[in-house]
Design a protein. Sequence first.
Length: 357
Amino acid sequence: MEYRVLAINPGSTSTKIAVFDDDKELFSKTLRHNPQDLDKLGGLLDQYDFRKNLVLEALQENNVAPESLKAVVGRGGLVRPLHGGTYTVNEKMLADLKDPSRWGRIHASNLGAFISNSIAAKLDIPAFIVDPVTVDEFEDIARISGIPEIERKSLFHALNIRYTARKLVKELGVKFEETNMIAAHMGGGISIVAIKKGKVIDVNNALLGMGPFSPQRAGALPIGDLLDLAYSGKYTKKELATYLAKNAGWMAYLKTDDGIEVNKRIENGDGHAKLLRDAMCYQIAKEIAACAAVLEGDVQAIFLTGGLAYGKPITDGITKRVKFIASVHVLPGENEMEALSAGAVRILKGQEQPKPY
């Protein structure tokens, strides 16, 4: 029996949707939103009814009857820290997604649970989220930062990393829950994680944490110099946070975050661009090696994923430095829609139980 699932992935000015019959995609579409139209609706969470109606219109345009759906699954937003898996949307989850106090903000992905729940409730089918960015399976030792006021946090590209890990273990003929791996998701931000028997026990924190710089983010910085910059009067706190999270890395040095553009510059003889690409690969490899230490050298596989993994010079630059640890597998792409649908299908088929929130 095939299970038809609607997957919904809200972004700041778009909503990606896709319908799957098991792992077969029937259609996918990105619904673009005019920022001025969204502003008229009020706050971010006031947008979900507007976006839900656009989703339903897209289903109709693509001849998908809502009554044919068996589940609706949304991108997991900034919920409380929890273990990886598929969670049933409930009122407690929705209440937490309305509350910005835990993470200091509300992200567009928070809308995924609201839209999914609204559509599913009228159809009397389940609504889920899968592997939100707040998946936290740290061992206690990984939380220690160096000062009591700061605790290391688990924030990473959980959805794609856990989905890609499941694909890889299937190819390798091993079980996810019995395998140690290291993963690097490489996009505008970079997540590098240590996976111990199916749990992500350490990660660099892909937003404003540690680890390598990325096309947009600063990564780890020398503390003294960062303090000087913070107190220089050049930036407000908000401006500095935006700089470090969106306009650092390649953006700061090369004025682009486009891997294709950087590679073209290098092919045309731009030595500075090559240095910056090589430096990013160098830092990614260092972080992968650090994860090998976390796993005490017991690593069965390393995999590289995300949009930048389409670039062979990048994957080759990393592989040459870490292949001594374990075999390196290149599995490019973000795969978010497939990952959402697969998480719901595993529940519908009884392969997993939904986790209570």
